[in-house]
Design a protein around this ligand. Structure first.
Ligand code: GDP
Length: 300
């Protein structure tokens, strides 16, 4: 609630100019919307996303009668804050779609470009779930990079979670399927699959990801996005979502000084929630996503 409070506070001070207006009109919200637009662009929200957002605000704000007891600035603040939070919110980290345990393990597929923090996020998620009483099996399917398999094994040791791998030169969907079978046989709650990292959106690897999703009937496909990605987050999200259909995202490196505009882009482009944020290199550094906090940060 305090994050929401500071967001409101900021908007109110920026829009003090609206104080004496009775209604919100295209004319009197022009200045304030310029401020908002600038803040969003500074936060690296992609331009088309900013445009759509501002249009939405315009439509919602215009003709809004200012309620008794509040001023026009406060009224516009409410419209913007509501829109931002609605756009990003309604979901927390506990919105993972868990299967009924009698149906077998819940499968979470982690996807993303190389270096974004995908493998780290796999370990973090295993620890996070362990704290909720759910045990996981980590499955290494990045058969192109032995180092990635080794890294997942190390992380597995750190978070006391078993890691299943079949080395390199194997078919990733098959590794995933066998990992799932093992988890099912051992009554493990969750299977977290680390998939191949890629330097850019790559047709072959996308096909492989889709095959892995089908082979495991994955419940969650989480796109791991580096918060520093900025504007490119929109195109990246669109590409992954079109190819495999993501169910949500993990926004990493939020401990950096980025304003996190990528969050808005991911959400706007895919309609899927950010489920977690990574806030450091340690295994403990994973938090559920807090929409209000994020909205506040994006507005600067
Ligand atoms: P992958 O190639 O996507 O699997 O990326 P890695 O998991 O290997 O992470 C790449 C680098 O980013 C490593 O040095 C991680 O320690 C670091 N990293 C991952 N997540 C975070 C985070 O949330 N914050 C910070 N500061 N660093 C992170």
């Amino acid at each position: 609630a305090s994050a929401f409070g500071s967001l409101t506070e900021r908007l109110n001070s920026v829009w003090a100019t609206l104080k004496d207006e009775d209604d919100l009109s295209l004319e009197n919200i022009k200045g304030p919307l310029k401020d908002i637009r600038r803040a969003l662009l500074e936060a690296d929200v992609s331009l088309p996303v900013v445009r759509r957002f501002i249009k939405n605000i315009e439509q919602k704000a215009i003709g809004t009668r200012v309620t008794k007891g509040v001023n026009a600035g406060q009224q516009l603040t409410k419209v913007v804050a509501d829109e931002l939070c609605e756009l990003m919110g309604g979901f927390g980290g506990d919105s993972l779609a868990f299967k009924d345990p009698s149906m077998g393990p819940t499968v979470i597929l982690m996807a993303g470009l190389q270096g974004v923090g995908k493998t780290t996020a796999c370990g973090k998620l295993a620890l996070y779930l362990k704290k909720q009483g759910k045990d996981s099996l980590l499955v290494a399917t990045d058969v192109y990079r032995p180092a990635a398999i080794e890294q997942l094994k190390r992380l597995g040791e750190q978070v006391k979670t078993p890691v299943f791998d079949m080395g390199v030169r194997v078919d990733p969907p098959e590794v995933a399927r066998l990992g799932l079978e093992k988890a099912r046989a051992e009554g493990i709650d969750v299977v977290i699959i680390d998939t191949a990292g890629r330097l850019q959106v790559d047709v072959h690897l996308m096909e492989e990801l889709r095959a892995t999703k089908i082979a495991t009937a994955a419940d969650e496909i989480l796109l791991v996005v580096d918060a520093m990605t900025g504007q490119e987050a929109a195109a990246l999200t669109a590409a992954f979502d079109e190819a495999v259909g993501i169910t949500g995202a993990v926004l990493t490196k939020m401990d950096g000084d980025t304003r996190g505009g990528a969050a808005l882009s991911v959400r706007e482009v895919s309609g899927k929630p950010i489920k977690f944020t990574g806030v450091g290199e340690k295994m403990e550094a994973l938090e559920p996503f807090y929409p209000e906090r994020m909205a506040s940060r994006i507005l600067g």
